[in-house]
Design a protein around this ligand. Structure first.
Ligand SMILES: [Zn+2]
Ligand SMILES: [Zn+2]
Length: 255
């Protein structure tokens, strides 16, 4: 496995990088470069998901696994339409999901695996398992890892982005170097956002790619704090996770 090929492409987001793509409230991204190709979340609706996939040159049939972070509509809304065009996948959802999401996936022809504990998805990709924060909303996040470190991809990070990074460090015994996704900070005060950003920096997170429900002002705070290691993240962004992790490794070796 050439880990440098590991990438995360944002398919569905509240914002887009270029004309031709559509924005809507929700999140979906594609992980490529591992043994399996993973669609993480499916956005809020099928037509936008499928149109953006087509615009980005992504073939639905190339997807092996669909991982749903949590049961909110803006992450599961595109699932049924996706399965209509490609049902040859295994869908990973949480034990706590409403039954109908699993039932609909099975009747659509997909395999279903219910996750509660941390679960390996394929070499280099692991689910954190079900986490619950103060909000009481159950969610799983995706860990992508190589020998050089870990990238964490979150849907809404309802259990808290800091707790998710802490869990990822514990689980993998590696540094979390990259965070990507919705961090659900759009309702947080500026003081709270600043605390969270500095806590993430203390934890050693080196690249940050906030999108979706992170909120515009929090995204700006990340941009200010991270400078050149802030990664713009909208539908159409391709995040070269493998290369970033390798850069960190070369920097460590060069020290
Ligand atoms: Zn949510
Ligand atoms: Zn969301």
């Amino acid at each position: 496995m050439h880990t440098e090929d590991l990438t995360v492409t944002i398919i569905y987001d509240n914002r887009v990088v270029a004309e031709g793509l559509e924005s809507a409230w929700g999140f979906a991204c594609l992980v490529e470069g591992l043994e399996k190709t993973i669609l993480f979340d499916t956005g809020g609706d099928g037509p936008t998901l499928l149109r953006n996939m087509a615009e980005l040159g992504i073939e639905p049939r190339d997807v092996d696994l669909v991982v749903l972070s949590h049961a909110h509509w803006d992450h599961t809304g595109g699932l049924a339409d996706f399965l209509d065009v490609h049902s040859g996948v295994t869908v990973y959802l949480l034990e706590s999901f409403p039954d109908e999401i699993g039932d609909d996936s099975r009747s659509g022809g997909a395999g279903v695996i219910k996750v509660s504990e941390p679960t390996e998805l394929c070499g280099g990709a692991t689910s954190t398992g079900e986490m619950v924060g103060q909000t009481g909303i159950q969610e799983q996040s995706l860990l992508l890892w190589t020998d050089s470190g870990v990238a964490v991809v979150t849907g809404c990070a309802h259990p808290g982005i800091v707790s998710t990074v802490e869990r990822a460090k514990e689980m993998t015994d590696r540094d979390v170097l990259v965070i990507i996704g919705g961090f659900h900070l759009f309702k947080d005060s500026d003081a709270s956002v600043r605390r969270i950003v500095s806590r993430l920096q203390e934890l050693g997170v080196r690249w940050a790619a906030p999108c979706h429900c992170s909120g515009d002002s929090a995204i700006q705070r990340f941009a200010d704090a991270y400078g050149h290691t802030f990664l713009p993240c909208r539908a159409g962004s391709v995040i070269p996770v493998g290369k970033l992790l390798q850069t960190a490794q070369s920097d460590r070796e060069g020290q």
